[in-house]
Design a protein around this ligand. Sequence first.
Ligand SMILES: NC(=O)c1ccc[n+]([C@@H]2O[C@H](COP(=O)([O-])OP(=O)(O)OC[C@H]3O[C@@H](n4cnc5c(N)ncnc54)[C@H](OP(=O)(O)O)[C@@H]3O)[C@@H](O)[C@H]2O)c1
Length: 314
Amino acid sequence: MLGSVTLGSLMSLLSTLKGKGPSGFGYGSTTEDVTAGLDLSGKTYLVTGCNSGLGLETLRVLTARGAKVLALARSVDKARAAGDSVGGETAPYACELSEPETVRAAVAAIVADGQRIDGMILNAGIMALPTRTLQHGQELQLLTNHIGHFILATGLLGQLTPTGRVVVLSSAAHQMTPKGGIKLDDLTLEKGYSSWGSYGQSKLANLLFARELSRRLPEGQVANAVHPGVIATNLGRHMGGFVNGSMKLLGGLFLKTIPQGAATQVWAATHPDTAALNGQYLADCNVATSSGHGRDLDLAARLWTRTEEIVAAL
Ligand SMILES: NC(=O)c1ccc[n+]([C@@H]2O[C@H](COP(=O)([O-])OP(=O)(O)OC[C@H]3O[C@@H](n4cnc5c(N)ncnc54)[C@H](OP(=O)(O)O)[C@@H]3O)[C@@H](O)[C@H]2O)c1
């Protein structure tokens, strides 16, 4: 008991020391903090990867504040189970992001159901595959994290309300790209694959997608990218049992908790103060600075065009 009180006090001290930014929130802010006092009834949000980690916490807090959530997971059973686990109003949809046809089917089902969307939280992702894996001719992390979400989000823009928001999960790992940022002529990294380089490329693509989308949306709608922090979730599953297990063990001591990790994406999607934030990179519930490649709007435009070409062929 004494040990846990001491540990709890240390954690709370650590969060306090990290401080709060101009938004009034910071490293230690949780999903509960950033939605305190918000009534989200009548609002509808879409969350990908709703069955685990940051997505499940996002689903939980949004429904707890009264929102309806379109809960997307690889299978409808996973999506339904996640919705059932949090209670509240959810609508489950299957969306396997690495299978373009199921992403298109999810778009068609959501449109057919007449769902109007106040916020899309493009949260699902995979990280650091040890070997170069191709699916549909594309590198699997880029396909899952960027291309699948590109098909989903662009397919649903017509459902977004006039003040709708798109939140894309990027990562500080967007800085770990191969030299030159994204190699548009070698997106599958045939000429030099590394597990972190490929993850970094996909997270830079997530960031640049948000930047370019923010320029294309009509006034009133916004798109932003988020680095959630470092949190022990299931994301490390490809890094091997020892690393993943150690992360989870140490996570309780040194990393953000899951409610802290999900706070920035929930803040971006729901808070009145973020309604006009557009084209930004966010971290710790504040505007942050990305890498130079992450601010390269020309690269963002070229990636959009290249992604459209890839999607047309899938
Ligand atoms: N945790 C961190 O420290 C951290 C840091 C920076 C950025 N992020 C980003 O945060 C986001 C959420 O990650 P997390 O930490 O919450 O990880 P997580 O617990 O592993 O959750 C990832 C979610 O994505 C889903 N997913 C994976 N591949 C998919 C696919 N092909 N189609 C549909 N869904 C798929 C997973 O579904 P299954 O359970 O069915 O596999 C799961 O629901 C990711 O985009 C990640 O890159 C996380």
